[in-house]
Design a protein around this ligand. Structure first.
Ligand SMILES: C[S@@+](CC[C@H](N)C(=O)[O-])C[C@H]1O[C@@H](n2cnc3c(N)ncnc32)[C@H](O)[C@@H]1O
Length: 274
C-alpha cells in the first residue's frame, strides 16, 4: 500500500499537519479497534489510519463525494495537460491577462461541455490561494493566475480497503455509538473558517458545532479544532459556571438589521427588566 501524507487532490482543511500524530494514535489503539471518520473530507485521516493499522476496520464518511474527484483524476490530468501549452509563456504565479485568459476560459468551457470538471482542483491550479469556483459560471468571472501543476496527480491505492459511506455524521454516529471499541474521528468544519468548498456550506452555525460535541460523550474519540474557534473556551467556561436555567428565558428580544457593503447581520438587544 502506498502512503500519502497529503490528500492526493486539493482539499481545504485536510489534516496533513497531524499526519505523524494520527498514525501514532492509530498504532496505540487496542486490537480489533474500529475507526469511524465522521467528517471524512478528503479521506486523509482514514488513509493514514488504515496505513498504520491495516488489519483494522476503517470507515470513511465521504460526505463531499471526494471519491468522484478521485475517479475522474485521469480527466483532470488530461484537462491540465491541454492547458499547459496555452500558458507556456506566462510565468508561474503571474496573473493571466488577455488574450491568454480567453483561451483558457474557452478550453475549460470545452471540458465543461464534454463532461465532469473537478472545479476544486482546477481552482487550485488557476485561482489565487483559497479562491474556489464551483462551476463554469463562477470560473469565467474569476481572476486567473498561472499556478498550473507540471506533473500529473496520482491517486493510486489511496482509499484501498477503506470502507466508504456517505451520510450525515449524526446517522453514522447512531450506527456505531453502541459498537464496542470504536474510535470516532471528529473533524467538523471549523467555526469562522471558509467552508465554501464543502457540501452544505451554509449550515454550520454555533449550535451545529455544539451538537457535534454530543459525539464526544462517553466515546473514544479524536477531535480536531482550531484556535480560531472558541468552542474549547466556551465548553470550559460552561462546565465551570453551571447555569441552572437559560438567563434569556422569558426575555424580550429586539433585533436591528445592519446592512451595507459586506455587512449583513443583526444587532440584538435582550431585555429582562420591567
Ligand atoms: C474539516 S473537514 C474534514 C477534513 C478531513 N479530516 C481531512 O483530513 O480531509 C470537514 C468536513 O465535514 C463535512 N461535513 C459538513 N457537514 C457534514 C455533515 N452534516 N455530516 C458529515 N460531514 C459533514 C464537510 O463537507 C467537510 O468535508
Amino acid at each position: 500500500m502506498k502512503t500519502y501524507t497529503n490528500a492526493p487532490l486539493p482539499f481545504q482543511g485536510q489534516k496533513r499537519r497531524f499526519a505523524k500524530q494520527i498514525a501514532e494514535m492509530a498504532k496505540q489503539q487496542k486490537k480489533g479497534s474500529i475507526f469511524v471518520d465522521l467528517f471524512g473530507g478528503s479521506g486523509l485521516v482514514s488513509h493514514i489510519v488504515k496505513y498504520a493499522r491495516p488489519e483494522c476496520r476503517v470507515v470513511y464518511n465521504d460526505y463531499d463525494n471526494y471519491q468522484e474527484r478521485l475517479k475522474n483524476v485521469h480527466r483532470t490530468n488530461a484537462m491540465l495537460h491541454s492547458l499547459r501549452p496555452i500558458l507556456e509563456n506566462i510565468p508561474h504565479k503571474m496573473r493571466i491577462d488577455e488574450p491568454t485568459r480567453s483561451k483558457v476560459i474557452a478550453e475549460v468551457e470545452r471540458w465543461n461541455k464534454s463532461g465532469y470538471v473537478d472545479w476544486i482542483t482546477l481552482s487550485s491550479n488557476l485561482h489565487f490561494t483559497m479562491n474556489y469556483s464551483r462551476n463554469f459560471e463562477e470560473f469565467r468571472k474569476e481572476t486567473l493566475y498561472n499556478k498550473l501543476r507540471q506533473t500529473d496527480y496520482i491517486v493510486d491505492g489511496y482509499l484501498e480497503n477503506v470502507e466508504v459511506v456517505s451520510l450525515d455524521y449524526r446517522e453514522l454516529f447512531e450506527r456505531f455509538k453502541l459498537v464496542p471499541d470504536v474510535v470516532f474521528i471528529v473533524d467538523p468544519p471549523y467555526l469562522s473558517t471558509d467552508c465554501s468548498t464543502y457540501n452544505n456550506a451554509d449550515y454550520w452555525r454555533l449550535s451545529d458545532y455544539l451538537d457535534v460535541l454530543k459525539c464526544l460523550q462517553e466515546t473514544n474519540f479524536v477531535y480536531f479544532t482550531s484556535s480560531r474557534s472558541s468552542v474549547l473556551e466556551l465548553i470550559e467556561w460552561i462546565s465551570h459556571n453551571k447555569f441552572n436555567e437559560n438567563p434569556f428565558n422569558n426575555a424580550r428580544i429586539f433585533r436591528m438589521h445592519v446592512g451595507g457593503i459586506a455587512l449583513n447581520y443583526d444587532d440584538i438587544m435582550i431585555v429582562k427588566a420591567a
